[in-house]
Design a protein around this ligand. Structure first.
Ligand code: URA
Length: 209
């Protein structure tokens, strides 16, 4: 599929299988999501540009590589995005964070925005939007529309599972945004859930129903 990278690292795939299992506890699900976020963050940032800076070690001066450019922005689509966000911030603690509150109406499956808070300067920063499930893609498309309205021009999207229907719709709406996922599942059911999927990611993280 165009613009999609499946992160097929064995550690990611192993952890994902445990997360899919309906008998995995809430604590286990949350911990695994955080751990997978570490591994996926590593992959999604693998091509970041470096620049050399001069530092002094206890032994001598040296030129050493450091990540070039403005601080990254992680944009979490609430509420399930926060599970991935926590792990991403473990790896990049200085990243700036945007929170985008969007839920999907269970009848219409359409996105309803209720909160948006982002750093003021979004242009020329790498923005990694996180949401574990790319299902209908309605929420993620709306979130990225909003980020682009605020000047974002370099965006990547990171999820755990994607449905082919969601990828198609997302890539049509935002062909410039690369998708990183741990797996592409079979299809969406009539309620917009990913099959085989892992259920409702937010409910499984927070013990709600
Ligand atoms: N959101 C979820 O949490 N799970 C799905 O299967 C689809 C959307």
């Amino acid at each position: 599929m165009r613009g999609v990278t499946v992160i097929d690292h064995p550690m990611v795939q192993h952890k994902l299988t445990i997360m899919r299992d309906k008998d995995t506890s809430i604590a286990g699900f949350r911990r695994l999501l955080r751990e997978i976020a570490h591994l996926m963050c590593y992959e999604v940032t693998r091509d970041l540009e470096l620049e050399m800076i001069e530092i002094e070690t206890p032994m001598t001066r040296m030129d050493a590589p450091t990540i070039k450019g403005k601080k990254l922005v992680f944009a979490s689509i609430l509420r399930a995005g926060n599970g991935l966000l926590d792990g991403m911030l473990d790896l990049v603690p200085a990243a700036r964070v945007a929170h985008i509150g969007i839920y999907r109406d269970h009848e219409t499956l359409q996105p309803v925005e209720y909160y948006f808070k982002a750093p003021s300067e979004l242009d020329n920063r790498l923005i990694i939007v996180v949401d574990p499930m790319l299902a209908t893609a309605n929420s993620s498309i709306a979130a990225i529309d909003k980020l682009k309205e605020r000047g974002a021009n370099n965006i990547r999207f990171l999820c755990l599972l994607a449905a082919p229907e969601g990828i198609e719709k997302f890539s049509t709406a935002h062909p410039d945004v690369a998708i990183f996922t741990a797996a592409i599942d079979s299809h969406l059911n009539e309620k917009g859930y990913i099959i085989p999927g892992l259920g409702d990611a937010g409910d499984r993280m927070y013990g709600t129903k």
